[in-house]
Write a protein that binds this ligand. Structure first.
Ligand code: TRP
Length: 362
């Protein structure tokens, strides 16, 4: 299954789905760049998803409405399985054209946009991107050339869009089972850390952080020990914690998703619980999030992740002992009863957490 765009894996009920990361893309070919920044496209998890400013561009027309094209393509191409997404990318001459443009120019920017648009259409776009001479170099070049601009006022909307489109293609490579490990072995996620390390609240920076988190989210999505082992050697946890403290709601959701995935791994849980500093760094941020949930907007997906992070922490005996003291009161009283009314899974997790913490004194 192609996971571009961070949509949920609907055919895998056992696994936690990644929060819908909207994919920042440039404007459509004939559209003006809206004054505010990049377009958000195709969030398949949550139809009424909107970004922090309450906008919902609804510009996801290329994600679902190509039934007619599929039918034609199936007729013309006997190799094609009838469902969408089963075509070979290189059977489409446009893909070849844009790959060449991406490598040699002059239309690199448009190539990033066009290839990003096609990522859901082909099963093997990731493989083509990875194996085509010069493509990964070109994408990395897009990324590092923005590093000097990572200061407020220097990063234009256009540049932020452009690098987000490059990140979308990296996410495609990070999601594909055949390229994911190669992507990891080449240490490419490290190139995203300068973006995750920014703190500006400007939209251009928010989009960069969100899209970068989307790449990491795609990596951790289907539980893989290698991914967690790799990430634990980096500063991903403190970076996610900072984003959970102070970024947009969407970035927070993806950051806590990543943290939750790390915690669910045994080595990840041990890592967090290895020192008091780490444990408190995590629980202080979770506690702050709980505090803010009640005062601002409806908690939605964040609360669900918060509860599961606490529950998982309680699997560690030392952490369990400390959680009895630091678990926010709002999770103990009935503050969220109404909010969780329709979320049986989270209600159960919370009940189990409280039960675990109340059991056996000391
Ligand atoms: N190098 C730090 C450490 O190992 C990384 C870190 C900072 C960290 N804050 C954290 C790790 C919070 C986990 C949780 O502690």
């Amino acid at each position: 299954m192609n996971m571009g765009g961070g949509g949920p894996s609907t055919n895998n009920p056992g696994s936690m789905s990644m929060p819908g990361v909207p994919t920042p893309m440039g404007p459509g070919m004939n559209q003006q760049i809206p004054s505010g920044g990049p377009m958000l496209m195709g969030n398949t998890l949550n139809n009424n998803n909107s970004n922090e400013n309450g906008e919902n561009n609804g510009n996801n027309g290329n994600n679902g409405g190509n039934g007619g094209n599929d039918a034609n393509a199936t007729r013309n191409n006997p190799n094609m399985v009838n469902n969408r997404g089963a075509v070979h990318a290189l059977d489409d001459p446009n893909v070849y054209h844009w790959i060449c443009q991406l490598t040699y120019g002059p239309q690199k920017e448009q190539a990033l946009l066009e290839l990003g648009r096609k990522r859901e259409q082909f099963d093997d776009l990731a493989v083509v991107l990875w194996s085509s001479f010069g493509v990964m170099t070109s994408l990395l070049n897009e990324i590092i050339s923005v590093y000097p601009m990572l200061q407020p006022q220097m990063l234009s909307n256009n540049l932020s869009n452009r690098v987000c489109n490059a990140l979308v293609l990296l996410q495609c490579v990070a999601s594909h089972p055949e390229t994911k490990n190669l992507f990891l072995q080449a240490h490419i996620p490290l190139f995203l850390f300068p973006f995750l390390n920014t703190t500006s609240r400007q939209r251009t920076f928010e989009y960069l952080r969100l899209t970068s988190l989307g790449v990491i989210g795609a990596l951790v999505k289907n539980d893989s020990q290698d991914v967690i082992t790799f990430l634990l050697r980096t500063d991903i946890v403190p970076l996610c914690l900072r984003i959970m403290e102070s970024s947009s709601e969407l970035s927070k959701t993806v950051a806590i998703f990543i943290l939750q995935k790390i915690l669910l791994d045994d080595v990840g849980l041990q890592y967090i619980c290895a020192t008091l500093e780490r444990f408190y760094a995590v629980t202080n941020v979770l506690k702050d999030m709980v505090e803010h949930l009640t005062v601002s907007t409806p908690p939605g997906r964040l609360l669900k992740h918060i509860i599961r992070c606490y529950l998982r922490l309680s699997d560690d005996l030392e952490a369990r002992r400390l959680l009895k003291i630091v678990l926010p009161a709002k999770l103990r009283d009935n503050t969220f009863t109404e909010v969780l009314r329709d979320d049986v899974g989270s209600k159960r997790c919370l009940a189990q957490l409280l039960l675990t913490l109340n059991e056996e004194t000391s």
